[in-house]
Unconditional design. Structure first.
Length: 372
């Protein structure tokens, strides 16, 4: 039987992600629109974004946070171009974004000593192979595969190299041991459902030391520069951005951070994401024609939930189109480079009730395309 109840908000994209429950752009302050971001009030709002990020995430003392151009991609490229070079590099990749960082390290930076550890979609490389005398580059959560690192136990506390982590679909949704990370990047449009185009970079004191004692041998674009000579540009981490940010996006991010506080902060965000994953786990357990792409529970993402089905690729695409046509689920197809399947964002801004409502539609659509 065709279901009759649809999700109240059928937005399941893995980026940009669903806005927070009850969101309205009309509620955002507009007093800084048309004002300079370098005005006293503009800089104060940017600084508040940084300080609230630190507080809610519980970052260690001495860690710096900066707002940088070009979303998570810009932040991560900034980290690689600014920090890599003085040590050999170990790169762990198991989906498209990790593979992209590996390609840039080899083909763009052309570093001479790079070890790569890769795995196919649904799997993860053996993290125990990391040599922490080297710099180690990895994603915390593979957004396009639904595979995350299980924890930070594999990262050495007495490492000589830096750990550089793309954490964009993990920050605010997973328990991240920050002292294990020297660099982490993320973007507003992921777990908190903010607007796009702005990235965040988190630096440990060890990363700052590298920045101020190492000069890369290649030309550095202006938007990547975090130092002047041997001095860190502290202003980047105090609300003065390298380029012009959207103050409307800043207000949107502050709204999301305030909502996070209202539901219990970081623990509340993680709890909502975990509960959302649990709804899918119950469904998969009772429906043998659908399964998680992640091969093991301990590496299963609680944000970008990737699913494979007993269907040919063309029928999976037909199923995704049918769900969209019915207004039951938008943007739930797998990433273009990933195996054919479904990908549902289960971050904290998605309501558990909406996942419960979409499951009968998934079952219905599967039956429709399988019998066609």
């Amino acid at each position: 039987m065709k279901p009759t109840v649809k999700p109240a908000i059928p937005n399941f994209s893995s980026g940009p992600c669903a806005k927070r429950p009850g969101y309205s752009s009309q509620a955002l302050p507009a007093d800084l629109l048309g004002r300079s971001h370098r005005s006293g009030k503009g800089k104060a709002r940017l600084q508040k974004s940084i300080e609230e990020t630190k507080r809610i995430l519980g970052l260690p003392a001495g860690y710096r946070v900066g707002i940088v151009p070009a979303s998570d991609t810009g932040a991560f490229e900034m980290a690689m171009w600014s920090l890599l070079g003085p040590r050999p590099v170990d790169v762990f990749a198991w989906e498209s974004f990790g593979e992209g960082w590996l390609s840039d390290i080899k083909k763009q930076l052309k570093l001479p000593s790079v070890r790569s550890f890769t795995a196919g979609y649904g799997e993860i490389p053996d993290l125990a192979q990391a040599d922490f005398g080297n710099d180690v580059v990895f994603t915390w959560n593979g957004t396009t595969s639904g595979v995350k690192v299980p924890n930070g136990d594999w990262i050495a506390d007495d490492r000589a190299g830096l750990t550089i982590c793309d954490a964009t679909s993990a920050v605010f949704a997973m328990d991240i041991p920050w002292k294990k990370l020297d660099v982490a990047t993320f973007s507003w449009q992921k777990v908190l459902g903010g607007e796009a185009a702005h990235g965040m970079i988190v630096l440990s004191p060890r990363a700052v030391e590298r920045l101020t004692t190492y000069t890369p041998p290649w030309p550095m674009p202006k938007i990547f520069r975090m130092t002047k000579g041997t001095e860190l540009l502290e202003e980047i981490f105090e609300g003065s951005t390298i380029n012009t940010p959207s103050m409307l996006c800043v207000e949107d991010y502050l709204d999301a951070l305030a909502w996070a506080d209202s539901i219990g902060g970081l623990s509340g965000l993680i709890g909502r994401s975990t509960d959302n994953l649990g709804v899918f786990e119950g469904f998969v357990k009772t429906h043998p024609w659908i399964r998680f792409l992640a091969s093991r529970k301990e590496i299963r993402s609680n944000t970008s939930v990737c699913l494979s089905l007993d269907l040919e690729a063309d029928k999976v695409k037909a199923m995704v189109k049918l769900l969209e046509k019915e207004g039951a689920a938008y943007d739930c197809g797998s990433y273009k480079d990933a195996p054919a399947g479904l990908r549902f964002w289960c971050g904290a801004t998605v309501e558990k009730a909406d996942i419960e409502r979409v499951l009968p539609w998934i079952e219905w659509a599967y039956g429709e395309v399988k019998g066609s």
